[in-house]
Design a protein around this ligand. Structure first.
Ligand SMILES: NC(=O)C1=CN([C@@H]2O[C@H](COP(=O)(O)OP(=O)(O)OC[C@H]3O[C@@H](n4cnc5c(N)ncnc54)[C@H](OP(=O)(O)O)[C@@H]3O)[C@@H](O)[C@H]2O)C=CC1
Ligand SMILES: O=C(O)[C@@H]1CCC=N1
Length: 265
């Protein structure tokens, strides 16, 4: 599959590394346009402009949402013959994408960083996409992890916010566990190592188990033991649930503000 990638930083770079590692894309079939060269897989061409070669099978947009108009102005005509353009820009819906890039079918995705190891989530919203566009996007996204199409905008917004931002919240949780360990007297290195492996082991178990995370928590909490006392703190007045609901609400609120900014422009 031949790709042109306009903007390839943290997120698009993570996707690209997985595409190449999985073999779904060959490095020599990828042309990246960034403002400066990045550390990308060997064989990927990087430049400051799109090539004059034939149009690719897919164009991937990986710049920041605030850069949408700048890159549309510069590249819309050049990509107009491509069959599909995929945007990962938060707060940029299919209408905002399609109006700036006439020609290709617009597909909006919200990936997350663990796609780099094939354990990410890619939420996709493109209710009007043709079967051919869906098949092409599915083939590309399959090696990244869980791929879910949401035909309703609300479902896509909620799933995209949860999966797209979620890794950052979990990374914070790991740090908070380590900090709590330090507060109990652990050396920083020990606290960080123990917190990381505790998190990765528990996450892997939750993903693989037929038991729910709640049932697994109960399995850790021996009756009358230590864990239950700790869970009682987290569960008191649904403290953790309330905190995460507020967290996700704040992220979604910002996504809506960004979407409104793109509509105004
Ligand atoms: N980070 C994440 O976990 C997620 C991010 N996203 C979305 O991904 C997008 C990128 O975010 P992220 O990867 O974090 O940001 P980065 O800043 O890491 O990546 C942006 C990339 O765009 C390039 N760029 C900027 N301006 C231009 C231009 N005019 N022409 C060509 N390339 C340009 C930058 O190049 P240079 O470095 O040379 O300036 C950089 O490589 C955002 O829209 C965000 O909403 C979506 C889901 C998750
Ligand atoms: O923070 C952001 O805006 C992007 C979208 C989801 C994750 N990162």
């Amino acid at each position: 599959m031949r790709l042109w990638m306009i903007g390839c930083g943290n997120m698009a770079g993570a996707m690209l590394r997985r595409w190449i590692a999985s073999g779904v894309v060959l490095a020599e079939d990828v042309h990246v346009v960034n403002r400066g060269n990045r550390d990308l897989p060997l064989g990927v061409v990087q430049s400051r402009d799109l090539p004059d070669a034939d149009t690719p099978d897919l164009v991937i947009l990986g710049v920041k949402p605030q850069q949408l108009d700048e890159v549309a102005e510069r590249y819309a005509a050049r990509v107009s013959a491509a069959p599909v353009i995929v945007s990962m820009l938060a707060g940029v819906d299919a209408a905002a994408l399609g109006s700036r890039f006439p020609g290709p079918e617009p597909v909006v995705v919200m990936p997350n960083l663990p796609v780099e190891i094939g354990q990410g989530v890619v939420a996709i919203h493109a209710p009007d996409a043709s079967e051919a566009a869906r098949a092409r996007v599915d083939a590309l996204m399959a090696p990244l992890g869980l791929v879910r199409w949401f035909d309703d905008a609300a479902g896509f917004e909620a799933a995209g916010a949860l999966s797209g931002t979620g890794p950052a919240f979990l990374f914070r949780f790991i740090d908070a566990l380590a900090a709590a360990g330090e507060a109990m007297g652990l050396a920083p290195d020990d606290a960080a190592a123990v917190a990381k492996v505790t998190a990765s082991g528990a996450a892997a178990m939750a993903a693989a188990s037929e038991r729910s995370p709640s049932a697994l928590a109960d399995a850790v909490a021996s009756p009358g033991g230590m864990t239950r006392e700790g869970l009682n703190v987290l569960d008191d007045q649904s403290a953790l649930n309330a905190l995460l609901t507020r967290t996700l609400e704040a992220a979604i609120h910002r996504g809506r503000e960004m979407a409104a900014e793109r509509r105004r422009n």
